[in-house]
Ligand binder design. Sequence first.
Ligand code: DQA
Length: 144
Amino acid sequence: MKKNILILNGPNLNLLGEREPETYGTMTLPQLNSRLTSYAGKKGAVIRARQSNHEGELIDILHAHRKWAAGIVFNPGAYSHYSYALRDAIAAILVPTIEVHLSNIKKREKFRRTSVIEPACVAQLYGKGAASYFTAIDMLLKKK
Ligand code: DQA
């Protein structure tokens, strides 16, 4: 059976490529999404990629995909560090979700070291740039 995977990016990630490239790299979000789509496609998976700068919209997207998605790769951006509403949304939908970050959140400012999203997720990957997204897809595809 085909696995449907939602790639969800939160605030400011629409500016990838131009936003602090020394921290987040030079790849744009459309480039990243198209690479993830072809990577997952070769493994028989279907990708839907969404991005929003708004907490409530991210929650709506999670809810809307709860029946469609077999897994979710989620970079919640700065919401990771304080959005209990997003954490509750992930817990509510019961879809295995992997939290990803491009940068190493454990080695940056103190406020980034904690994620309130992590307890609701099956894994957290960070500090490897775009590779975290690809690893997350592999991990989800290995799940039964
Ligand atoms: C980020 C890390 C967050 O702390 C930051 O607010 C982001 C990007 C990352 O991918 O490294 O927007 O999630």
